[in-house]
Ligand binder design. Structure first.
Ligand code: AMP
Length: 296
């Protein structure tokens, strides 16, 4: 994999069609599944590695965010990346940006209301990656459901000629959605945290069995999380896939998203649901994640 640090160098190195996979690094199988999908669809695959200060509402979270660019380069290359773009902060922000992208209503609820400024930070850096790297397509995980909606609307509403593509949530063997932050989860907290994915899976099964009430689906998640003892539920919301606005009934493509706090961490997860009751739970690993030492 070529390692480049300047937008202009990436533009010069691209051949054929280009797919972008934006990440904050410390890669795991969720990221790598996006890289593989990108490699199957484009000639040049750019994985970006940038811990974007603008999207962190909590400075402590930014400071402790795990980083290992050597490991990421090896993993990204093995999965089919041609370029690892790891810009220094001054390449992305030569000056603090006066002009920012504010995503509007899709970024207001759920994560947006708990993490002020978060989606403006995400939308601003994604707009800069789109403009600076000029990809034909960009791959994002459905794990971050509201983010996927915000980015899709960003591309459509600002006429970026980029096709935004969602990839399935990758889960650990016990059902916990993969996140780079899982490395910080003590085992007692982790056991409790499993109530989050259990609740979402119960709701997915209920949708498959015919449940269409938003309150009922949300309630299944809340009940399971309440049984998880030390977990604190921040929200469980059924939202439309087109605009991330809360809906009362499953009568259009949607996602059921939830956030919990456990110890000092926040975890988010979701399932995607269709009005016919089809549920997308993501995919589950059949071995321990590379997050826990099985690196390159
Ligand atoms: P991050 O490095 O956390 O900013 O994530 C980079 C990209 O990987 C985003 O598009 C995320 O939605 C995606 N991603 C993170 N975790 C997962 C997962 N468990 N499954 C699928 N995609 C994921």
């Amino acid at each position: 994999v070529r390692r480049l640090e300047r937008f202009a160098d990436v533009r010069r190195e691209r051949r054929g069609t280009t797919a972008l996979v934006p990440t904050m690094g410390f890669l795991h199988e969720g990221h790598l599944s996006l890289v593989e999908a990108a490699a199957a669809a484009a000639d040049t695959v750019v994985v970006s590695l940038f811990v974007n200060p603008l999207q962190f509402d909590d400075p402590a979270d930014l400071d402790r965010y795990p980083r290992d660019p050597e490991r990421d380069a090896a993993l990204a290359g093995d999965a089919g990346a041609t370029i690892l773009f790891s810009p220094p902060p001054d390449e992305v922000y030569p000056a603090p940006p006066a002009v920012r992208v504010i995503p509007g209503p899709p970024g207001d609820g759920m994560e947006g209301s708990r993490r002020p400024g978060h989606f403006a930070g995400v939308a601003t850096v994604v707009a800069k990656l789109f403009a600076g790297l000029q990809p034909d397509r960009a791959h994002f995980g459905r794990k971050d459901a509201q983010q996927l909606v915000v980015v899709s609307r960003l591309a459509a509403d600002l006429s970026f000629p980029v096709e935004v593509v969602g990839g399935p949530t990758v889960r650990e063997q016990d059902g916990l959605a993969l996140s780079s932050r899982n490395v910080f989860l003590p085992s007692a907290d982790r056991t409790a945290a499993l109530a989050l994915s259990r609740g979402l899976m119960a709701a997915a099964s209920a949708a498959e069995a015919g449940e269409r009430s938003g309150a009922a689906l949300e309630g299944l998640v809340a009940a399971e999380v309440a049984g998880g003892g030390i977990l604190e539920l921040e929200y469980a919301v059924l939202a439309g896939a087109a605009d991330a606005a809360r809906i009362a009934r499953l009568d259009r493509p949607a996602f059921l998203a939830a956030a919990v706090r456990v110890g000092g961490l926040r975890l988010i997860d979701n399932v995607w649901l269709l009005p016919d009751g089809t549920a997308d739970r993501g995919i589950t690993l059949d071995r321990p994640s590379i997050l826990y030492g099985g690196g390159p």
